[in-house]
Ligand binder design. Structure first.
Ligand SMILES: [Zn+2]
Ligand SMILES: [Zn+2]
Length: 437
């Protein structure tokens, strides 16, 4: 069979392969988008403080013709554009920066500092690349408005604050994101990747990111003199036993086929060499994909902590306190397979099959997953947008050097290459979802 015959056969087989790829004329629009990126990069705001950022995005969406509501669930922004009968497609960006002093050495590096809640001065940086997300988002809105003759339905542009603290999606949903506004039929978003070269994207169906929970354990004891341990019940020893026993949750209680992380990231107790303290505080992060695994982890933490404390001779009134930060809990991100395949095909058509990579799931988390966990059961897709400058990527692959990760003070995405890819990918994915039926 000749190549043309093969592609003709493929076209017949795949309902999505025939989708038209948008003619984006990015040469004309990119200078403006790059300017927006540099502005956002140099004016990052911390979670729950994204006021100016929200206003900038609201202004851009208004200028493009969207009906805009700002201050939704904090500094969230919703832009709606009704373009005839058809599905509602929601495109999400997040907007917050991180308390990091930027050390990329770039001429456009952020120099912003703020006073945090504890009164300390901290640097602020878009260390998770949410500035790339926002610039792609506005670029995509612009393209979809320019090409509105090629899709029908309702376009819902959502700029979500407070992703880094797991609060923004929750707050926007609580304020009626899926009820006061059209309920989306499809939700799509992207996250810049610190391990994929710019110009490419990567994605996977089903679970792609983990649920995240923060848990505090306060271990109690009966303090006293370090030279008379027999007259005390030492919480440092109890806490140490608990830390080791918690390792058996993943290794011995859960199915080896279920991803699970139980990390004790912080342990603090005592004040002096010769004093046995009254309490020790532990801080844990929990990760999983399956919501039942999460519940098992939490139940096991409570049971193990209590059992060890009581076995040391404490009575019930001094059992450890286990506190799960339910308000900060975020679910895993499950990429709906059917929808993700549509998104994947559309992006592959637009940027080339070679530029769409298969990725592995990670145990990092994103509150994007929440959009797929409401009672409306909306299918969601989150894909990764390559951010690493390609020659830097190749050099690292050859030398085995590690690349700066997300949240690193040295993370500097290749915005000139990543942004056009993000805009092309997202615009074509949206059009494919509008035209799916
Ligand atoms: Zn982040
Ligand atoms: Zn992020």
């Amino acid at each position: 069979m000749k190549l043309s015959a093969i592609s003709a056969a493929l076209l017949l087989l795949s309902p999505f392969a025939q989708a038209t790829t948008l003619d984006l004329n990015l040469k004309k629009t990119m200078p403006e988008i790059e300017k927006l990126y540099l502005d956002l990069h140099q004016s990052p705001e911390l979670s729950y403080h994204e006021k100016q950022t929200g206003q900038k995005l609201a202004k851009q969406l208004k200028q493009l013709g969207f009906t805009v509501t700002d201050n939704v669930g904090g500094y969230g922004v919703v832009g709606i554009y009704e373009n005839g009968d058809g599905p509602t497609v929601m495109i999400r960006t997040d907007t917050d920066g991180l308390p990091i002093v930027e050390q990329t050495g770039k001429p456009y590096a952020s120099k912003v500092t703020v006073t945090n809640n504890a009164g300390a001065t901290v640097g602020v940086m878009h260390g998770c690349g949410h500035d790339i997300h926002m610039s792609s988002f506005i670029g995509t809105a612009q393209q979809l408005m320019t090409h509105k003759d090629q899709w029908q339905g309702t376009l819902m542009m959502v700029a979500q604050p407070a992703e880094e603290v797991g609060g923004g999606a929750k707050a926007m949903l609580k304020e009626g994101l899926f009820t006061k506004y059209p309920t989306p039929d499809h939700v799509i978003g992207l996250h810049v990747s610190a391990s994929v070269p710019a110009g490419k994207v990567s994605m996977k169906t089903e679970y792609t990111m983990a649920s995240v929970d923060s848990v505090d354990i306060t271990v109690k004891g009966k303090g006293g003199h370090g030279a008379y341990p027999h007259t005390t019940i030492d919480p440092v020893v109890i806490a140490s036993r608990i830390v080791l026993a918690l390792q058996t949750i993943t290794s011995r209680e859960l199915s080896p086929l279920e991803p699970s992380v139980v990390t004790v990231g912080s342990i603090h107790g005592g004040s002096k060499h010769n004093v046995i303290s009254d309490e020790v505080k532990l801080q844990l992060t929990l990760r999983s994909y399956n919501p039942e695994v999460r519940l098992q982890q939490i139940a096991a933490i409570k049971r193990i902590s209590k059992g060890i404390a009581l076995s040391a001779g404490l009575d019930e009134s001094l059992a450890p306190e286990v506190y799960v930060h339910e308000d900060e809990s975020i679910p895993s991100t499950y990429n709906n397979p059917a929808q993700t395949n549509v998104v994947r095909s559309a992006i592959a058509n637009a940027i080339g099959e070679d530029n769409v990579l298969e990725t592995e799931a990670v145990m990092a988390g994103e509150d994007f997953g929440l959009y797929g966990r409401t009672e409306q059961h909306v299918p969601i897709t989150l894909f990764w947008l390559g951010g690493v400058e390609p020659s830097q990527y190749d050099a690292a692959m050859q030398s085995g050097a590690t690349l700066p990760s997300l949240h690193s003070s040295k993370f500097a995405p290749d915005y000139k290459k990543a942004l056009p890819t993000g805009i092309t990918a997202m615009s074509n994915a949206a059009v494919a979802l509008f035209n799916k039926k």
